[in-house]
Design a protein around this ligand. Structure first.
Ligand code: HEM
Ligand code: HEM
Length: 184
């Protein structure tokens, strides 16, 4: 079960803090941080690391049947936290230019975050234990069936978007490092 929305508040607080740091840098340098310079580049790398954690950790925990690794609900909360903060940092990394492939990677990032928010909403409709197992009989049978069907449909959309996102992100990173960093 996902109780409350603690992870959303944490993401909001950390996002606000990052915005303050970004605003301070803009204030003192009097320019938008470039994607290839220390601050903008750092935001891209850290944000992408958080996104990679979002893509992998929850799925790994979901497939391990060992409760030793912490509750599923906590992992999902962490997934949502990193899934919001990572893309936000990456957005600040773009220097508000969205040309070519990097622009498409940004679009996929926005789409997966929106899809995640919708998924979270459907997910919380299905009653579960703290370890994510569904509980029978708390919702009317037809409502439960409908929510499950929606969640299955959601997975078939959300997962390929994630894969397309990471494939194109790796191409962007390779190209950016080659052209903007090594050839400089
Ligand atoms: C999902 C993650 C990422 C997204 C969505 C993203 C997106 C973008 C965008 C939109 C730009 C601006 C392109 C333009 O000028 O029109 C950019 C530039 C850049 N990105 Fe990323 N980025 C991501 C991750 C990274 C990472 C992890 C690195 C480095 C390891 C990186 C390195 C760069 C560099 C060096 C530039 C500057 C390229 C130049 O000045 O020509 N990016 N990125
Ligand atoms: C970088 C952004 C994100 C990526 C790459 C991502 C990726 C994924 C992946 C690969 C899964 C499938 C896990 C599995 O079944 O093995 C998943 C599930 C899920 N994600 Fe995300 N996600 C992101 C952001 C978000 C956000 C922002 C939210 C909520 C606000 C969210 C909510 C969910 C939910 C509710 C599930 C379903 C959990 C389940 O069925 O067990 N995600 N995500």
């Amino acid at each position: 079960m996902l109780r409350g929305n603690k992870e959303l508040w944490w993401a909001f607080a950390v996002g606000a803090l990052i915005t303050i740091v970004y605003g301070t840098v803009v204030f003192f340098t009097r320019e938008i941080p470039a994607a290839s310079e220390l601050f903008g580049h750092g935001l891209g790398i850290l944000g992408f690391m958080l996104m990679l954690m979002t893509e992998t950790l929850y799925s790994l925990r979901k497939r391990s049947r060992s409760a030793r690794w912490g509750r599923m609900s906590s992992w999902l909360q962490f997934h949502i936290f990193t899934g919001l903060v990572g893309p936000f940092m990456v957005l600040l990394h773009t220097s508000w230019k969205f040309n070519g492939l990097a622009g498409a990677v940004t679009l996929l990032t926005v789409v997966i975050v929106i899809s995640g928010v919708i998924g979270r909403y459907i997910f919380t409709r299905i009653p579960r234990t703290m370890d994510g197992l569904e509980i029978e009989g708390t919702l009317s049978e037809s409502a439960l069936r409908q929510a499950r069907r929606l969640m299955a449909l959601w997975h078939t959309i959300h997962i390929p978007i994630g894969m397309a996102l990471f494939v194109s992100a790796f191409v962007h990173i390779g190209a950016a490092l080659y052209f903007a960093t090594l050839l400089k």
